[in-house]
Design a protein around this ligand. Structure first.
Ligand SMILES: [Zn+2]
Length: 324
C-alpha cells in the first residue's frame, strides 16, 4: 500500500444547496466521498432555519467522521444568482426566501473554517472533471439536465467563471428563438425549454394535448423523463420524439460550444441524463453535421458517472484550486 502524504490525506466539507434537496458531505482531496447526508429543502422555510440545520449536520459529519480530524475548508454550491467572490446568494428562484444571503460568512463563522461559494452547476462540472466522466481532461463542458440546463466549463484544467461569474449559462443558448416556447428567463426558445427535465416533460404534455400516438396511459401531469425512459425502451413514439428533440437541441448547442472552444469532452449529467442512451445518438448526429474540427473522432460526449455526488466531489477541486 502506498503511504498517503499529508497533502493528499486532506479532507474537505462540502455542501450543495438545491431546490429540492440539500446535501452535505466529507470528501478527500482526490474526490472520494467519505460521508454524505441530505434533507429536503422544503423542510426549512427560511434561510436562518436552513443554515442552522446545515451547521448541525456538518458538525455531526465532522465529529463522527475521520476520527474528528479537522477538514481543511468548506465548499458551498448554490443555485440561482450568486456572487461567488462576495459569498452571497443574491437570489435562488427555486428556494423561497433566499435573497441576499451571505452564506459564506454565515457558514464560515459557524464552522470556524474557511469557505468558498460557487454555482452548483460549476461544482458539478468540477466534480466530473476531478473524479468522474471528465477525469484527466484539460478542456471540458458539463451540462446538467434538471429543472433547467446547467453548465460548467473547465478550460486548461481550471474552472472558467468569466468576467461576471456568469459563464456557461448554456440553458439559455437559443434553440428556436422564433417559434419556440417562452423560457423561464422570459426569452423565447432557449435550449432548456426542450432539453431540461422540465422541458422534456413539457414537450411530452404538448404531444398528449394533441392526442398523438403513444403507449402512455397515465395522466399528462404525471409524465416525466424517468417514465419516458421506460416507454422509449418499448419504442413509444412520444418518448422517442421527446428524446430526439432534446438530443438535437443539445447537439446544436454543443456544436457551437465545441466550434468556439475546441474542447475534448462534454459530460451530460443531471436527473434526465438517465435517458442518455436515447439522447446520445441525436446529440452525436447533430454534432457531426455541425463540427468544423478534423478531430471529431477524438471528441467525447459521455454520461456523467458521479450523479448526486458530483457537486460534493467538485467542492474538493474548488478548494484545492483555491490553495486549501
Ligand atoms: Zn432562457
Amino acid at each position: 500500500m502506498t503511504p498517503l502524504t499529508a497533502r493528499n490525506d486532506d479532507t474537505f466539507l462540502a455542501l450543495d444547496i438545491g431546490g429540492t434537496k440539500v446535501s452535505c458531505g466529507l470528501v478527500t482531496r482526490e474526490g472520494e466521498v467519505l460521508f454524505r447526508d441530505s434533507f429536503p429543502t422544503s423542510q426549512w422555510p427560511t434561510p436562518v432555519a436552513m443554515t442552522e440545520k446545515i451547521v448541525e449536520k456538518l458538525k455531526n459529519i465532522w465529529t463522527n467522521a475521520d476520527n474528528g480530524r479537522r477538514p481543511k475548508a468548506l465548499g458551498i454550491g448554490a443555485p440561482g444568482w450568486i456572487r461567488p467572490k462576495e459569498g452571497v446568494v443574491v437570489m435562488a428562484p427555486n428556494i423561497p426566501g433566499w435573497r441576499d444571503v451571505p452564506i459564506t460568512r454565515i457558514m464560515s463563522e459557524a464552522m470556524d473554517l474557511p469557505a468558498i461559494l460557487e454555482n452548483d452547476a460549476n461544482l458539478y462540472a468540477l466534480g466530473e472533471w476531478l473524479a468522474g466522466a471528465g477525469r484527466g481532461s484539460e478542456n471540458e463542458i458539463t451540462l446538467t439536465l434538471g429543472t433547467g440546463v446547467g453548465g460548467g466549463l473547465i478550460l486548461n484544467g481550471r474552472l472558467w467563471n468569466g468576467s461576471f461569474a456568469s459563464a456557461a449559462e448554456v440553458g439559455h443558448i437559443p434553440y428556436d428563438p422564433w417559434n419556440g416556447t417562452i423560457c423561464g428567463c422570459g426569452r423565447r426558445g432557449c435550449l432548456e425549454t426542450v432539453a431540461s427535465a422540465t422541458g422534456m416533460t413539457r414537450v411530452a404534455r404538448e404531444w398528449l394535448a394533441q392526442s398523438r400516438e403513444t403507449i402512455y396511459k397515465g395522466k399528462p401531469e404525471e409524465i416525466n423523463p424517468a417514465i419516458m425512459f421506460e416507454l422509449a425502451r418499448r419504442l413509444d413514439p412520444m418518448s422517442l420524439f421527446v428524446f430526439k428533440t432534446a438530443g438535437e437541441a443539445l447537439g446544436l448547442a454543443l456544436a457551437t460550444i465545441f466550434n468556439l472552444l475546441s474542447l475534448e469532452v462534454a459530460v451530460i449529467g443531471g436527473g434526465a441524463a438517465g435517458a442518455f442512451e436515447f439522447i446520445e445518438k441525436h446529440i452525436l448526429e447533430t454534432l457531426s453535421e455541425r463540427l468544423i474540427t478534423a478531430h471529431i473522432q477524438e471528441i467525447k460526449v459521455i454520461k456523467g458517472t458521479l450523479g448526486l455526488n458530483a457537486p460534493l466531489v467538485g467542492a474538493a477541486a474548488l478548494l484545492t484550486a483555491a490553495g486549501y
